[in-house]
Design a protein around this ligand. Structure first.
Ligand SMILES: [Zn+2]
Ligand SMILES: [Zn+2]
Length: 244
């Protein structure tokens, strides 16, 4: 059953005209996670969810995304109790014995302390990221399951526009854990070819975009150069434009 549930978001992502279907899967999950956090039917008023978001907080990227969302009051409520918890925890941590000056031969060494240990752990946590990752890993496994089971999906996969460099890595390194001998080599060959061919295609589009800025090519057709820059950013940085 579980595999069936994940078929739809994967089929959808691979049907979309984009530079990385895995980014597209991620983007949808992120959208769901933001909606789940501050959307119209948001869960932030439920105490168990609130406890989680109080404890985890958010990473810089997701604080920014939450802030651009219209529900300012929801975000303020979430932040207020998150800050309450942070104050409590840091007050406790600050009671630990303070660091002494570094010994001469360890001048640049950073001494561990409850305060900085707390902040280091705090910076690694994000409520939205953890929501995404829980589902994302299952989606990746479903890509391999579909690849093995469905001939139609293998065709769809091979006719995609390739992947960003990050998700090329994810697919490459996880494939041996999930694909059988029958499909692994074929998958990796298709993946390598797809990635490189399409990465080069976007690089060439970018080259044309650059040339078009030269007055001598001002009247030449744009071909695929016009949106080459955002597409190149997807390929190299897994960055996509909002609202697509
Ligand atoms: Zn990607
Ligand atoms: Zn995050």
């Amino acid at each position: 059953m579980r595999e069936e549930i994940h078929t739809i978001p994967i089929e959808d992502a691979f049907s979309k005209d984009c530079e990385c279907p895995v980014c597209e899967m991620y983007r949808k999950l992120e959208e769901n996670a933001i909606n789940f956090t501050v959307g119209p039917c948001a869960s932030y008023m439920e105490s168990d969810i609130r406890e989680q978001s109080d404890a985890q907080g958010f990473c810089q990227k997701h604080f920014q995304k939450l802030y651009t969302y219209p529900n300012k009051l929801g975000l303020a409520l979430i932040l207020k109790t998150h800050m309450d918890k942070t104050v409590n925890d840091l007050e406790k941590a600050a009671k630990a014995a303070l660091p002494k000056p570094n010994a001469l031969f360890k001048k640049k060494e950073i001494q561990p302390h409850a305060v900085t240990d707390y902040i280091t752990a705090y910076q690694k946590e994000c409520f939205v990221c953890s929501y995404i990752h829980r589902n994302f890993d299952r989606y990746i496994v479903s890509i391999f399951r579909l690849y093995e089971k469905e001939a139609d999906f293998r065709v769809k996969f091979a006719s995609s526009k390739g992947f960003c460099i990050e998700h090329y890595k994810v697919l490459f390194e996880k494939a041996p854990a999930y694909l059988s001998k029958k499909y692994l080599e074929e998958f990796l060959n298709v993946l390598n070819q797809l990635f490189l061919e399409n990465f080069k295609r976007v690089r060439d589009d970018l080259e044309w975009f650059i040339q078009k800025n030269d007055y001598r090519f001002r009247d030449a057709p744009w071909k695929n150069g016009q949106d080459a820059l955002p597409r190149a950013l997807t390929k190299v940085g897994s960055i996509w434009e909002e609202g697509e």
